[in-house]
Design a protein around this ligand. Structure first.
Ligand code: FES
Length: 382
């Protein structure tokens, strides 16, 4: 602040007496601002052009609000669960879930931005001012500058005539409300569904597709041939020593049911690495306490879902018997109950107990995994 300006500062009593126009003028003077032009955007009120501008702004804000509402509704109620291709109706609606979310949110944000731009262009006074540069040398503003600045902002708002434009105010409130609600609800949606609500069912986090649906039901080890409806079961002699194959569960109840056969290949916790160790390596195996009989001879079955953040651990290095996760390079020792020996993973891969069905000679699961597969989650005990 220059010494010239300091001499012109009003007293506190004078400041208190000043109206907003005087404060705006004073603020300009103190800051060395010369208002070259300060036109009223609508000098004649109530013209058709003014009303048209108001309706345009209100329309954009309303579009933003309606699109925001559509986003919320779609996020909560749109059918998002996977439907196989064979169910053409269900698959069609499911496949639209992500595009609908993107389009509704995008339209809402875009319409709100356009509404704000149009409002600024049509209703905020477009002043032309010249100001001498003054960086204040880092000192804070004193009371007179705070008051004149607040008056200036209030004056701009007042001149924009927002106070008497209820259509714009209401539509802007709708737009902001819906966008704000969406931004608030988005991170909360994950909490709406209790992950433990279905703990005891086959769809719960503690179960996989390897769980028998009824007592005595056999869950066979199935090879994936590239044809979702082809059923090829696995016998021990089908794998060579030192090899690994990704396998999936199969239940006789699924035979002929194309939906169930396809879903078994897609369910995230179903893929299992079936590993046949070489006899020399099998002799060195260290088994996990309580899981001493989970293998069948030289055959070991580990979940393919990494215990770090759930990528598929698809690489098995025969020479070192290491299982590698390509996402963050975790390595698991297949000779040591697939415990992690390198990388960010901290838990062993869950092991599936397997044996051979004495009636058919095919490999089967003795039970489901005894712990949840994949990454950790709240209240997980293993
Ligand atoms: S998901 Fe496997 S290492 Fe990160």
């Amino acid at each position: 602040m220059s010494s010239d300006n300091e001499q012109q500062l009003p007293t506190e009593a004078e400041l208190a007496e000043m109206d907003r126009d005087q404060l705006v003028t004073l603020g300009g003077k103190l800051d060395g601002v010369e208002l070259v032009e300060y036109p009223d955007p609508w000098p004649v009120g109530g013209t058709r052009a003014e009303k048209r501008a108001e309706r345009t702004v209100a329309l954009w804000f309303t579009i933003a609000g309606v699109a925001g509402l559509a986003f919320l509704v779609a996020m909560i109620w749109w059918p998002w669960e996977y439907e196989p291709f064979q169910n053409s109706d269900g698959h069609f609606w499911y496949s639209l879930y992500t595009p609908v979310l993107g389009v509704t949110l995008g339209v809402s944000v875009l319409a709100f931005a356009i509404g704000t731009l149009v409002y600024t262009k049509k209703f905020i006074p477009h002043e032309v001012a010249v100001q001498q540069r003054n960086d204040n040398l880092g000192a804070g503003s004193d009371e007179v500058h705070r008051q004149t600045f607040a008056a200036h902002v209030a004056d701009a708002g007042s001149r924009s005539t927002i106070a008497r434009r209820s259509a714009i105010k209401r539509s802007a409130g709708l737009g902001i409300g819906m966008l704000g609600l969406g931004a608030t609800i988005l991170p909360l949606v994950g909490f709406i569904r209790n992950p433990h609500a279905e703990s005891g069912t086959k769809d719960g986090l503690y179960h996989s597709g390897w769980q028998a649906e009824e007592p005595g039901q056999k869950v066979f080890v199935r090879r994936y041939t590239g044809k979702p409806h082809e059923i090829v079961l696995v016998r021990p002699e089908d794998l060579e020593a030192g090899s690994m194959e990704t396998v999936f569960p199969f239940k006789e109840s699924e035979r002929g049911d194309s939906h169930a056969l396809s879903a078994a290949l897609k369910r995230v916790d179903n893929p299992v690495m079936l590993i046949r160790l070489r006899p020399d390596d099998a002799a060195k195996v260290v088994k996990r306490k309580g899981q001493e009989n989970f293998n069948y001879g030289d055959f070991y079955a580990y979940t393919k879902i990494c215990s770090h953040v759930g990528c598929p651990t698809s690489l098995f290095e025969q020479r070192t018997n290491r299982i590698l996760c390509p996402c963050h390079q975790s390595q698991f020792d297949a000779l040591h109950y697939a415990k992690p020996i390198f990388g960010p993973a901290t838990r062993a891969l869950a092991q599936l107990p397997i044996t051979v069905d004495p009636e058919t000679g095919y490999l089967i699961a003795k039970s489901d995994f005894i712990e949840p597969v994949g990454p950790g989650f709240w209240e997980r005990k293993s």
